[in-house]
Design a protein around this ligand. Structure first.
Ligand code: F6R
Length: 367
């Protein structure tokens, strides 16, 4: 049932192009000029009533929400708060009938996320669930559901579900922007065109980078700490990369917004400390270059995830993984792929139980 792969996680990483195609399928208009989410019952005047959006989830699903915040605020111009379900539910959150709440859960059974959903509904908010498991509790109790159609995810570490949460957030963001008319028809067409290329681009990254990542994974297997840095959307993805590495390889990993380094963390950077630098956001790439120089000056060992290694600074890195170019807002789906592969191959090198990491369960139905 692992279809020839050593682990479910690797199988699921390789399934991502297909699972992305499934999530997009049937959700674009004929001329690729509109996003269609027939499952949603949201009229334009309802959207205009919302003053704020809350995205609430746990773990990797929470990380997908951090990406969504950038997208929705940029394209739909509604303020978005992203909260961890176990914090939200005990915090007297500012939620009412002018708040749209989006809960995200692969399994649809996570106890804290379910409690957050109920809390939001009690306060008068409409709740949209984004989930993978049809008929699970969270989609059943939510007011609206968008399924991510990733197919069964067996490995405890989430990969294809994360990527499919992102694609659904891209679709939902464009859909909300259509309703609110916050972006032009031209812009919508451009985004949809780029979005349709993502499945092939994910396949290309796996093909182009996996053998190289596997090669340098043995260096990483020796480390006990790693730092992931990025700015803007890359910071949100860096958090997910660090979580993946921690949960399956047991290497302590932290993610920092690169601009925060000099406010404390830089003290930990010394010779040989591994830093994974995500630099795929053109709008802040110069800033990232100076952050990379900062850690290089302390002799960190730097792996870059970049759009092109043309720049002299990128050429000087210990390893670089290039990802294909897409719309800046859509890069996260591509950026995360080498991080998933890195976590996987490092865990294998360390002899870890990749699909069943210690202390963790696939579905967290107790708090
Ligand atoms: C990490 C991981 C977990 C889950 C979290 C929420 O790889 O899988 O962090 O994302 O437990 O699970 P769901 O999405 O089922 O609510």
């Amino acid at each position: 049932e692992k279809a020839g792969y050593d682990h479910f996680m690797l199988k699921e990483i390789h399934e991502q192009p297909e699972s992305l195609r499934r999530a997009i399928s049937g959700r674009l208009s004929n001329g690729n000029s509109q996003v269609i989410l027939d499952e949603l019952n949201l009229a334009a005047d309802e959207i205009n009533n919302y003053e704020r959006i809350y995205i609430v989830a746990c773990g990797t699903a929470y990380h997908s929400g951090l990406v969504a915040k950038y997208l929705i605020e940029d394209l739909v111009r509604i303020p978005v708060e992203v909260d961890i379900a176990s914090e939200f539910r005990y915090r007297n959150p500012l939620v009412n009938d002018k708040t749209l709440v989006i809960v995200v859960s692969q399994s649809g059974e996570t106890a804290d996320t379910l409690a957050a959903l109920r809390e939001a509904q009690d306060r008068g908010a409409k709740v949209i669930a984004i989930s993978n498991v049809v008929g699970s509790t969270i989609p059943r109790e939510a007011d609206e559901v968008i399924y991510i159609h990733a197919g069964p995810e067996i490995a405890v570490a989430s990969t294809k579900a994360y990527i499919n949460m992102l694609i659904v957030f891209y679709l939902l963001t464009i859909y909300l922007a259509q309703l609110k008319e916050t972006i032009s028809e031209e812009e919508i067409k451009r985004l949809i065109k780029a979005l349709k290329q993502l499945p092939n681009q994910v396949a290309q990254i796996i093909k182009d980078s996996e053998s190289e990542i596997k090669r340098f994974a043995s260096d990483y297997a020796e480390y006990e700490n790693a730092f992931f840095i990025g700015r803007s959307l890359d910071y949100a993805v860096a958090l997910e990369g660090a979580l993946k590495l921690k949960e399956i390889s047991y290497i302590h990993a932290e993610s920092y917004a690169a601009g925060e380094l000099k406010h404390g963390t830089l003290a930990l950077i010394e010779e040989g400390v591994p830093v994974i630098a995500l630099a795929t956001q053109n709008s802040v790439v110069d800033k990232m270059l100076s952050n990379i120089k900062e850690v290089q000056a302390r002799e960190a060992s730097v792996t870059g995830i970049v759009l092109s290694d043309e720049d002299e600074v990128f050429k000087s890195l210990d390893h670089t993984i290039e990802i294909p170019t897409t719309e800046e807002l859509l890069t996260s789906i591509l950026t995360v792929v080498p991080l998933q592969l890195l976590a996987y191959h490092v865990a294998v090198e360390r002899g870890c139980d990749v699909d069943q990491p210690r202390n963790l369960a696939k579905s967290v139905t107790v708090e």
